[in-house]
Design a protein around this ligand. Structure first.
Ligand SMILES: [Zn+2]
Length: 383
């Protein structure tokens, strides 16, 4: 059954230009003129205009979606261009939605593009999502992912999930009111900040969000048309290296705090507020008995010209991006036995501090967890 009810279709007609533009849709019995009118009547919200949002927005615009809302507060960064195909080299530094809007308008002026140059927060999520029929979650962080899920459950709107990580991606349709679970049925609470490596830390094959983003766009069109079987109640996992799709059945959790039989969450939660606590540093102290210092403390020691040896164990490209000149030994030098003097714990000269330089908490955690490959792991941030 289509999520666009018949009442909405009454005011929608296709112009002569639209009949020509969408002729390849119109000859499909599963679409036809009625289906194209449903697409024209539909309002789709795309949260994030990055790796997943770019292909989804481009193809939904081409398909003739009536209104496409885009939520993104970011500016275009050179590192986006490897996969975020809405943007070009000359766009670096511009607000993403400024370029997205002009590119999508050029592609199909019939589509109304609505910009939300902001982050989705607990304060604005309900209002932003309210006018839309379906939400595509192309977010790159847990607070947004949980907000999108929760508000969609409250408002009984399908939330089309997608995520990518390195060479793998997954997608589903979370819509407890249509059957199947919500995101919280799978993961009741967000992981602690820094516990999941981001895309910048783990990398992603540039084509991967294209594939997953288009699966999300396909699911949106199917929900609008009422055609076929959606991914509600199923998680589709894609492995690009093996070129294999696998499917997992998902069930609603009766104990889910949002869509369960006795829910305990009734309003949007701004996880950013209480995720931003000292937990970011907790991981650093996690290996028991290993003393650590903060970056600020290190700088103070260096400014004071305290004798210390800094061992840089980052990847070479990270060293190229940010280095501390003259004071750090790289892995290559260590391999060549360049470590000065004894350095095992308890054996180093008392006056020296040996500091390991890691780029971020997420990376350290990823290394510790060995990037365990399992379905439903908590990796995000690759859009
Ligand atoms: Zn649920």
């Amino acid at each position: 059954m289509s999520i666009i009810d018949a009442e909405r279709l009454k005011e929608i007609a296709l112009t002569r230009e639209e009949l020509a533009r969408y002729s390849r849709h119109l000859i499909l019995p599963e679409v036809g003129a009625d289906g194209q009118r449903r697409i024209k009547a539909a309002r789709v919200l795309c949260i994030g205009a990055g790796g997943l949002g770019s292909p989804a927005a481009l193809y939904l615009t081409a398909a003739g979606i009536g209104t496409l809302g885009l939520v993104d507060a970011d500016r275009i960064d050179p590192s986006n261009l490897q996969r975020q195909i809405l943007y070009g080299t000359d766009d670096v530094g511009k607000p993403k939605l400024e370029k997205a809007q002009s590119r999508l308008r050029e592609m199909n002026p019939e589509v109304q593009i609505v910009r939300y140059d902001t982050q989705l927060t607990s304060a604005n999520a309900t209002e932003i999502i309210a006018p839309y029929d379906v939400v595509i979650d192309g977010s790159d962080n847990f607070p947004t992912r949980y907000l999108s899920n929760d508000v969609c459950v409250f408002a009984r709107k399908p939330n089309i999930y997608g995520s990518v990580f390195r060479f793998e991606g997954q997608a589903s349709v979370f819509a407890p009111h249509l059957g199947g679970p919500c995101y919280r049925c799978l993961f009741p609470e967000p992981p602690p900040p820094g516990a999941a490596p981001s895309c910048a830390e783990a990398g992603v094959l540039g084509v991967l969000p294209g594939i997953i983003g288009l699966i999300q766009a396909t699911e949106a069109l199917k929900l609008i048309l009422g055609a076929g079987e959606t991914l509600a109640g199923r998680l589709l996992h894609f492995d690009a290296l093996k070129m294999k799709f696998r499917e997992f059945q998902l069930r609603r959790d009766p104990a889910c705090p949002v869509c369960g039989d006795a829910p305990s969450i009734f309003a949007p939660i701004d996880y950013e507020q209480f995720c931003a606590g000292p937990a970011t540093d907790d991981w650093f102290a996690a290996p028991a008995g290993v003393p650590t210092i903060s970056v600020r403390e290190l700088k103070t020691k260096m400014d004071m010209k305290e004798p210390l040896t800094l061992i840089d164990v980052r990847e070479p490209y990270e060293y190229e991006i940010a280095r501390i000149d003259g004071r750090a030994l790289g892995q290559e030098q260590l391999d060549q036995g360049a470590l000065p003097g004894p350095c095992r714990m308890g054996e180093r000269p008392a006056a020296e501090t040996i500091a390991r330089l890691e780029r971020s908490a997420g990376r350290q955690q990823a290394l510790r967890q060995g990037l365990a490959a399992r379905i439903g792991r908590r990796e995000e941030g690759c859009v």
